[in-house]
Design a binder for this molecule. Sequence first.
Ligand code: PLP
Length: 389
Amino acid sequence: MSFVSNKVNDLPPYLFSEFQQKKKDLREKGVDVIDLGIGAPDLPTPDFIIDRLTEEARAPANHGYSTYSGIKEFREAVAHFYKRRYDVELDPETEVLAVIGSKEGIANLMQATVNPGEKVLVPDPGYPAYRTAVQLAGGISEQLPLDEANGYLPLYGHIDQASVNQAVLMLLNYPNNPTAATADYNTFLEAIAFAEKNQLLLVHDAAYDMLTFDGYEAPSVLQVPEAKACAVEFGSLSKNFNMTGWRIGYAVGNRKVIKALSALKSNIDSSQFIPVQKAAATALTSDYSAVDEHSKIYEERMETLYTSFRKLGIEADKPNGTIFFWAKVPDGFTSMSFAGKLLDEAGVIITPGNAFGSRGEGYFRVALTVSIDRLEEVIERMKQLNLEG
Ligand SMILES: *Cc1c(COP(=O)(O)O)cnc(C)c1O
């Protein structure tokens, strides 16, 4: 008896276990390892959000189960956010659903919308959890190629029509993890037209929608007229408000899909702790000055890295958002050999681009989640390396 399902046995191995072991070994030897691999903010959750949590945690009325779709105050706060930020009207009763972080929401969405054997168009490079979510639902991931030359926007012409015909769903993510690419309204206009023409559900992951730089504002896919007919969007408090561990996000858009996801979830979880939802509602109805401050911090870090990388001869586009920096590995290296060299010889952890799909080969991702002082230390250590390969 193996006790373990094929589903779990078939999950891809964790690519970084070797790096994690090395990191541990180096730290035990006293090496000051700088980890730029973790895609989570280093900054604390703003106090006004914590205050609401602690206050609500003391009220016995908040200790029971939430309604399955999330409490009304939270769903109304999400609708408020969409109206204010995107001028998009949402019905909090039928078009908004609370999720326990967008990772949970996206994994369960696949179960709620994809039948075994059906295809899903998944961006490559892309957030690895998409592929495993499709796999767990018995679906088949079809590569939606993103290329540097095209600003990492979808290359629909590169997918063969037979695969498109077999597909039921397409995933997009802008501002993008791992490439930090951003999209404009026309990208979504085109995506909706492609989805409609090919009868696909379009799922947009907007995990970094508020973390943007230099005056750029990320659009919502729901700003496209009629988008609700074929699209849902996921949003999260995790990155925008430094709340990764709180596990709170939302799905919005097509009511049939929202209802299906809610029906599935009501058999698996019972939504999020009410005080967490209330604190998240406070965040979404705040003045967003805290988010703007975070964005400025990431932008400064990004500028520091961009300038220094150029001096080191490392090629990269300057990002307009996210908490990442995506760059080409120097000549003579693969993604893995570069990551290995940085860890072994500089004590610096970055994420090799191939961790995000085959098209990420030749690139690496840096998380902007350490202070400028630490980034400068990283640059100093990189200068000591012979990066000509
Ligand atoms: C971090 C991240 C998520 C997960 O967010 P949670 O709401 O914390 O689950 C989803 N999508 C992308 C692209 C991410 O980088």
